[in-house]
Design a protein around this ligand. Structure first.
Ligand SMILES: [Zn+2]
Length: 414
C-alpha cells in the first residue's frame, strides 16, 4: 500500500534566507495576481481563458521583460507552480467546489512550492535542507522524514517559516484493531461515540477570542503602518497561529485515538460546507435567524468538523479500516430500542426519551448508535452486491416504515 505523507518542520533561516524567502513568496504572489488579472481581462473581452500551458509561458516573458526583471531572482519552478494553483482554483470554481479565485494579499498564506525532488537535498543527520536559490537551510528536526521526497513547500505563518516535505513510501497493509463504532458530532459534545465515550469541544477560538478582540481594538487605535501598529498586528497573527495550533493538535489526538481502536468508523455525512455557509444571505435574499446561525457556524468552523472527518478518513484507511458516511436523516429521532421515529423522542437537546417504549439515554449516544446501525446497514448492502440502500435513516427506522405501510393496507401489526 502506497502512503503519501507530509512532514512539517519549522525552519531556522539566516537573515538573508528570510529576506530571500519573503521575496520569493512575493514573486509568486505577483505572478499569481498578474495572471489572474489577465484571465479576468480576457474573459471581459470575450476571449477564452488561457490553459496551464499558455499560462506557463507568461513568467518567462515577464522575467525577460523590462518591467519586472526582478522576477529573475526567484526560482522558476515555484513561479510555475503558483500558476498551477491558479489553474486548479479555476477548475474548482467551475466544478462549484469553491468561490471564484481571489487576488492574493501580502502576509496571507505566503508560500512557494518546489515540485522537482531532484532540485532539493535533504540531510537529516545534520538537520539541513537544500533548496534552489536559498542554499542549505536549517530546520527543527522533530522527527524523521520517512519515504522518498516528492515535493517541498515553504510557507510563512505568524512570523515564522515552515517547510512541508511531501513523501511517498510503500507500507505494509496493517490489520485493523477493534470493532465498529458510530460517531455523533455536536456542539455541546464535539464527538460522542456509540460506546458512550465522548470528547468535549476544544473551542480554542472562544478561549482566545477575548485576547484577539483586545488586540484588534488596540490595532484600530494605532496609526496605520506605524511601528506600534505593526507590533500589534504581529500580536494578532501570533494569537491566530496559537488558535490554529491548539485546534490541529486536538483534532490529531482525537482522530488518532479513534482510528487506533476501531476498524470501522461510521459518521454522519454532514455537509459542513453548506452548514457553515454565510447565514447572512444576500441583499436580495437576506438570511433568517442570522445571529443564531452565525453562532452555530462559528462553532462548527471553530471545531473543525470537516478537518476531523478528513483526518479520520485517511488515518482509518492507513490502519486497514474504513470510514462510512451515512445520511443524517432521523438519526437523532429514532429509538434504538424499539425503532419508533418521532421528534417528540427528543424533547430537549441533551436527553432522549422514547414516547413509545420509554427508553432513555443521552441524546448524542442515541445518535451515535443510530449512525453505527445505519453504517452496518449500508455496509451489508454493499457487501452483498445489492443496490445502495435508500438515502434514509437507519435499519430500524426502515423496518418501522414497512410496519406502517403494512397496517395501511389492513394487515394487523404484531
Ligand atoms: Zn422506543
Amino acid at each position: 500500500m502506497q502512503r503519501l505523507q507530509a512532514f512539517k518542520y519549522e525552519l531556522m533561516p539566516t537573515g538573508e534566507q528570510q529576506r530571500d524567502m519573503r521575496r520569493f513568496a512575493g514573486s509568486c504572489r505577483f505572478v499569481f495576481n498578474k495572471a489572474l488579472a489577465l484571465q479576468k481581462e480576457r474573459h471581459e473581452q470575450g476571449e477564452k481563458k488561457l490553459g496551464y500551458a499558455g499560462l506557463c509561458k507568461l513568467p518567462t516573458e515577464w522575467r525577460n521583460g523590462t518591467e519586472t526583471p526582478w522576477l529573475k531572482d526567484a526560482p522558476t519552478h515555484p513561479l510555475q507552480q503558483t500558476l498551477k494553483d491558479l489553474e486548479r482554483a479555476y477548475t474548482n470554481f467551475f466544478a462549484k467546489r469553491a468561490a471564484f479565485p481571489r487576488f492574493k494579499k501580502k502576509g496571507q498564506g505566503d508560500s512557494f512550492r518546489y515540485p522537482d525532488p531532484k532540485q532539493s537535498k535533504l540531510d537529516q543527520s545534520t538537520s539541513r535542507l537544500f533548496l534552489p536559490k536559498l542554499g542549505w537551510l536549517r530546520y527543527r528536526n522533530s522527527r524523521d522524514v520517512l519515504g522518498e521526497v516528492k515535493q517541498v513547500t515553504v510557507s510563512a505563518s505568524g512570523g515564522k517559516w515552515f517547510v512541508s516535505i511531501q513523501t511517498e513510501r510503500e507500507v505494509e497493509q496493517s490489520v485493523p484493531n477493534g470493532g465498529a463504532v458510530g460517531i455523533d458530532m455536536g456542539i455541546a459534545r464535539f464527538a460522542t461515540l456509540s460506546d458512550g465515550t465522548f470528547y468535549t469541544p476544544l473551542n480554542s477560538f472562544k478561549r482566545h477570542e477575548t485576547a484577539l478582540r483586545k488586540a484588534q481594538q488596540a490595532m484600530s487605535r494605532k496609526t496605520k503602518f506605524s511601528s506600534n501598529w505593526k507590533k500589534t498586528k504581529a500580536r494578532i497573527q501570533r494569537i491566530h497561529s496559537r488558535i490554529g495550533n491548539a485546534r490541529r493538535d486536538y483534532l490529531h489526538k482525537t482522530t488518532t485515538t479513534i482510528s487506533q481502536n476501531h476498524a470501522m468508523v461510521c459518521i454522519e455525512d454532514l455537509q459542513v460546507r453548506n452548514m457553515s455557509k454565510s447565514a447572512a444571505g444576500t441583499a436580495e435574499a437576506p438570511g433568517r435567524n442570522v445571529r443564531a446561525k452565525s453562532g452555530l457556524n462559528k462553532s462548527i468552523l471553530d471545531q473543525g468538523w470537516f478537518e476531523f472527518r478528513r483526518q479520520l478518513e485517511y488515518k482509518v484507511a492507513w490502519r486497514g479500516g474504513y470510514l462510512i458516511a451515512v445520511p443524517p436523516q432521523n438519526t437523532s429521532r429514532t429509538c434504538p430500542c424499539c425503532g419508533h421515529v418521532s421528534a417528540d423522542n427528543r424533547k430537549t437537546q441533551a436527553r432522549f426519551a422514547c414516547v413509545e417504549c420509554g427508553f432513555e439515554e443521552n441524546a448524542d449516544v442515541v445518535g451515535a448508535i443510530n449512525i453505527l446501525r445505519a453504517g452496518h446497514a449500508r455496509c451489508a448492502c454493499e457487501v452483498s452486491g445489492a443496490v445502495m440502500p435508500p438515502a434514509a435513516g437507519t435499519r430500524r427506522s426502515d423496518s418501522h416504515r414497512f410496519d406502517a405501510g403494512g397496517s395501511a393496507v389492513g394487515i394487523p401489526r404484531l
